[in-house]
Design a protein around this ligand. Structure first.
Ligand SMILES: Nc1ncnc2c1ncn2[C@@H]1O[C@H](COP(=O)(O)OP(=O)(O)O)[C@@H](O)[C@H]1O
Ligand SMILES: [Mg+2]
Length: 342
């Protein structure tokens, strides 16, 4: 109830999905179609949202079509399953039959690519020197009481980060894990100065990032880059993907526009995007392709530190595996220091 006055950007993914479910069941439908309702959420929040859907089904007899790439999720709450590929139904039946005795090779592939079946070794071997990045006692607070009733501001504010300490050495891969709303993105955004800390400091090579301005800040932006959770949100819908990748290069004065375009082509090749896609806009790409563009763009300035904020959570499992493999390859080839949020 307290959250009813908030705007969507102040919500975590799980909260947004609850709001959507509330809106969908508001007019008491007989059939609810839920299209990947938990794909962008972490496991604990996912479990709660699924529990909520199951409950609705039990208590109100609401019929449900649950669309998901995740057979585990389907097995958890559905009684029947229909497996699709390339616009066709390849198999259907009671969930137990399909999972225990899959008849189609694609269904078997889906079962095999369930997360947790594969591990990715990434570390390129840390050199123990001064840490590349040091986060010291970092706090971030957001003002509460923003929302519908404009001028109103309550005095209590919301503390999203509370005294966070973290060190990353050159060449290291550090993972950040926590459920939705735990402050992972706030931390990442603070490191690249998209959020202003209310306390503490961030140092890159010992230099206080918060104090940077002008040229120092420009140099910092070249050294630290981030790939965002939602591939479509992070790209300008008006630019073609080749333009999007070239933009940081000429904007930072590394090359003129023409040379930047050539460099962009090389970067897109590096992330294994077919050249036929280069003149498309982001909305004409799949999520996985878009995330490849995000990686190419982040690497355009040859950063030392790459922050990857749930870059696969909006993708299906097979695409997730491909993007992770790409990330690991790029990290090795470019000896990147990696902050990986999941
Ligand atoms: N701009 C903002 N204004 C108000 N609250 C915010 C804002 N951004 C994030 N929050 C809140 O801070 C908390 C942490 O959010 P976030 O860092 O996005 O979590 P995570 O990335 O771990 O899911 C959440 O409760 C969220 O609602
Ligand atoms: Mg996040």
């Amino acid at each position: 109830e307290k959250r009813a006055r908030s705007y969507p950007h102040e919500f975590s993914g799980g909260m947004k999905q609850r709001a959507m479910i509330a809106a969908a069941i508001g007019c008491q439908p007989k059939l609810l179609i839920a299209d990947e309702p938990t794909t962008a959420l972490d496991v604990t929040v996912q479990a709660r949202i699924l529990e909520l859907l199951k409950d609705l089904n039990r208590k109100t007899g609401l019929a449900m079509i649950l669309i998901s790439h995740d057979l585990g999720v389907v097995a958890d709450i559905c009684s029947r399953v229909v497996v699709m590929r390339n616009g066709e139904v390849v198999e259907q039946g009671p969930i137990d039959d399909v999972i225990n005795r899959p008849r189609h090779p694609y269904t078997r592939l889906l079962i095999e690519s369930q997360p947790g079946r594969k591990s990715y070794g990434t570390d390129v071997g840390p050199e123990r020197t001064t840490p590349l990045l040091r986060v010291e006692n970092l706090s971030v607070t957001f003002p509460a009481g923003q929302g519908l009733f404009g001028g109103f501001r309550s005095s209590n504010s919301f503390r999203a980060l509370d005294g966070v300490d973290l060190e990353i050495n050159t060449g290291e891969t550090v993972g950040i894990v926590g459920e939705s709303g735990s402050g992972k993105s706030t931390l990442a955004r603070s490191i690249i100065r998209l959020n202003t800390p209310s306390g503490g400091a961030i140092r890159l090579d010992g230099q206080d990032v918060g104090a940077l301005g002008g040229q120092g800040l420009t140099a910092f932006r070249r050294r630290v880059q981030m790939v965002f959770q939602n591939p479509y949100d992070s790209l300008n819908p008006r630019l073609t993907i080749a333009e999007a990748v070239a933009e940081p290069i000429w904007r930072h004065g590394i090359a003129d526009r023409k040379a930047a375009r050539k460099e962009a082509d090389a970067l897109l090749e590096m992330v294994e995007l077919p050249s036929s896609l280069r003149d498309r806009k982001p909305q004409q790409l799949s999520g996985g392709q878009c995330q490849r563009v995000g990686l190419a763009r982040a690497l355009a300035l040859k950063p030392q530190l790459l922050i990857a904020d749930e870059i696969t959570s909006a993708l299906d499992v097979t695409t997730q595996a491909q993007i992770l493999e790409l990330l690991v390859r790029l990290q090795r080839e470019r000896s990147l220091t990696l902050l990986y949020i999941s």
